[in-house]
Structures are given as C-alpha cells and as structure tokens.
Ligand binder design. Structure first.
Ligand SMILES: CC(C)(COP(=O)(O)OP(=O)(O)OC[C@H]1O[C@@H](n2cnc3c(N)ncnc32)[C@H](O)[C@@H]1OP(=O)(O)O)[C@@H](O)C(=O)NCCC(=O)NCCS
Length: 183
C-alpha cells in the first residue's frame, strides 16, 4: 500500500510541502515564540531564503514523513519525524510547530495524534519520542492529549538562547495509543 502523503484533520489538512509555500512559511515561522521552542537549526529570523532552502531540502526526505499543516488555505505550520540513529533506529523523533494565530484550537493535538497513528501504520518504528523544553507546558499538554506519556526528565540537558533547561522526554509506544484500535 502506498504511504499516504495527505492526512485530513477536522480543521486543517496535513499535506506535502510545496515550493509555493515559501512565503507563508517565512511569514509564520519568523516568530520568536515559535523559535524559542524549536532546535537551533530552525532559523531566526526566518527569511524567505531560509524557507526556500528548507523546502528544497524537504524534497529529499521520504514521502509521508514531513507534512505542512495547512489552515485556511495556507501552510501555517509543520509536523514530521526523523529516524533515530544506530541501535536507536527502532524509534523516531517527532517535531512540530504551528503559527501563533492558530494556537489553542486543538489543531496540533489532532495533528500529533494523526501523524503518530500514520507512522505506526506505515513505518516500522516501535517508539516515537518528542523532546519538550521545560518552559513549554503547552507542548507537553499536546503530547499528553495525543496519548504520549512523560518517560523522563533529562535535567539541565539543553540550552536555548543562553538559558539552560530540562528536556521532558515524551513517548508513545506502538500499540499503546490510538493506533491500538486500528491494529
Ligand atoms: C506548542 C504548540 C505546538 C501548541 O499548538 P496548539 O495547536 O495551540 O495546541 P492545542 O490547541 O492542540 O493544545 C494546546 C494545549 O496546551 C494548553 N496550554 C496552552 N498554554 C499553556 C500553558 N502555558 N500551560 C499549560 N497548558 C497550556 C492549552 O490549554 C491546550 O490544552 P487543553 O486543550 O487541555 O486546554 C504551539 O504553541 C507551537 O507551535 N509552539 C511553538 C513551537 C513548539 O512549541 N513546538 C513544539 C516543540 S516540542
């Protein structure tokens, strides 16, 4: 069965990134409150050139692994997963962000739940993890609502903008969440 590249949500659409998304990507991603909760490879400021470079890179990644979150007809966020390396390759790391005007509507929770079910259905991973910075309770809440559990707090494990923080490691194992119902 081909891996789906478009996943409908109740008030958004998960679909492949397209070259035409560069302008909306740069506009929505250029936000300190988004960047502060992302890894440093997520640029800040986020320019149109950064957007074009990222869209070119994403074309080299496997189908069905990275999605734009389309809201009101434009790309307003992203969600995707990357395999972990070497002996950890049974697992993958999920990452996501949404443009600020759309926060608090349940869109990311549905996206996380849907993408996690999708990856258990179409990829061999037995574990999905997500790394939350300890000043980001909204993301922790998203993961809990999507069936993840807090597995560990890695103390003083990261630095962002000069501030040391803990990492909250959230995990969903194959068969332990909403994927259990669909087999
Ligand atoms: C974190 C983020 C993804 C949340 O997206 P969202 O679409 O607003 O999430 P949802 O609406 O599905 O759920 C948010 C939940 O967090 C809760 N929340 C929001 N701010 C909170 C806070 N300061 N403390 C505790 N809970 C909070 C909301 O009340 C909601 O929970 P509820 O449904 O029980 O009321 C979004 O704010 C974002 O993109 N932030 C910047 C990037 C980022 O943090 N990415 C994740 C990196 S791990």
């Amino acid at each position: 069965m081909p891996i789906p590249t478009t996943l409908p949500l109740s008030r958004a659409l998960l679909r492949p990134w397209r070259p035409g998304d560069a302008e909306s990507l740069a506009r929505h991603a250029d936000d300190h409150e988004v960047w502060r909760n992302m890894r440093d490879r997520f640029p800040h400021p986020y320019t149109l050139r950064d957007a074009k470079e990222w869209l070119a890179f994403i074309e080299t990644t496997p189908a069905g692994a990275t999605f734009a979150i389309e809201v009101d007809g434009e790309a307003a966020g992203g969600i995707g997963f990357e395999p972990l390396a070497d002996v950890f390759r049974v697992g993958c790391e999920l990452g996501y962000w949404l443009a600020r005007p759309h926060w608090g509507k349940g869109i990311t929770t549905e996206a996380v739940r849907t993408v996690t079910d999708h990856l258990f259905a179409h990829f061999d991973f037995i574990r999905v993890q997500a790394s939350v910075f300890s000043w980001n309770p909204a993301s922790a809440r998203v993961l809990e609502k999507a069936g993840y559990t807090l597995e560990a707090t890695n103390r003083r494990a990261m630095i962002k903008e000069g501030e040391i923080g803990d990492r909250w490691l959230y995990v969903r194992l194959r068969g332990s969440g909403s994927d259990a119902r669909g087999g």
